[in-house]
Design a protein around this ligand. Structure first.
Ligand code: DGL
Length: 270
């Protein structure tokens, strides 16, 4: 069991930003990455769909023999992690926007939060905000349209820059000095953001914290891979393995062993 894979799931390519950190911290673990690109973006789908679909793809990962799951998608975590933990008997690590570290790091105590519309609308996000009442002022902005561009492989083109300009300029004008990247796709925009705002915004991404949390959970459950185990990674897409392979090469410099898988909703969810 210890050398079974860790399932890492996102609605598309964004979770690769989390996989990158997991791979760096846990070199002996085998990883099974699942991109549900056929049904992306989750951030703009009905909330019930996100919950049901997340459960369905996580059941698929369990059926592949995964020993633990990383829900490398803020939107899916916000809407489904509770249900997953009720239904699935394995360690599940979710992600959420890094408001707490951002509030601690901010000197101006004005923090921009860029996340999907569904993340910002969720009850779990509302509770997170309420728990930090008084710590900072949070300027929450839906990054509409960014995920679709990143899925196509655009991380720095004119359309991306135009959207970032529209989303970040009001934050800077309001005195923000810190920006939470509250969607796992957005770390791939770090260079474009840097080119636009320089060091006026410190970027907060929780990928490395998630990897450390995964390491702790594996230890607690006695599930860490054997020292010296040689990892065997798989990359699966519900849409197009060739595109996933191209993007893994472009974003992570990884030569991914990629496959297209069919996980069709039954009954239809959409
Ligand atoms: N990467 C996902 C997240 O962290 C969302 C992408 C989507 O909208 O599907 O929220």
């Amino acid at each position: 069991m210890n050398n079974a894979p860790i399932g890492i799931f996102d609605s598309g390519l964004g979770g690769l930003s989390v996989l990158r950190e997991v791979r760096a911290l846990l070199p002996h673990e085998s990883l099974l990455y699942l991109a549900d690109s056929k049904y992306n973006p989750y951030g703009e789908k009905p909330e019930r769909f996100v919950e049901a679909r997340t459960l369905q793809v996580c059941e698929w990962l369990v059926a592949q023999g995964c020993k633990a799951l990383v829900i490398a998608c803020n939107t899916a975590t916000m809407h489904a992690v509770h249900t997953l933990r009720e239904r699935l008997a394995l360690p599940i690590i979710g992600v959420e926007p890094g408001l707490k570290p951002a509030a601690a790091a901010s000197r101006s105590k004005v923090v921009g939060v860029l996340a999907t519309g569904n993340t910002l609308k969720s009850a779990k996000f509302a509770r997170l905000l309420a728990s930090l009442d008084g710590e900072s002022r949070f300027l929450c902005q839906a990054g509409s349209g960014l995920v679709a561009l990143i899925e196509e492989g655009d991380v720095a083109g004119p359309a991306v820059r135009e959207k970032l300009e529209a989303y970040l300029t009001p934050m800077l004008a309001a005195g923000a000095d810190t920006l939470v990247l509250g969607c796992t796709h957005y770390p791939f925009l770090a260079q474009a953001i840097r080119g636009m705002v320089g060091d006026r915004l410190a970027l907060v991404d929780t990928g490395s914290a998630i990897a450390r949390q995964l390491q702790r959970k594996l230890g607690e459950h006695g599930l860490a891979a054997d020292a010296g185990a040689v990892p065997c990674d798989r990359y699966a897409s519900t849409k197009d393995a060739a595109h996933l392979r191209t993007m893994a090469a472009a974003l992570l410099h990884v030569d991914a062993c990629a496959e297209t898988v069919s996980i069709e909703p039954s009954p239809p969810l959409a």
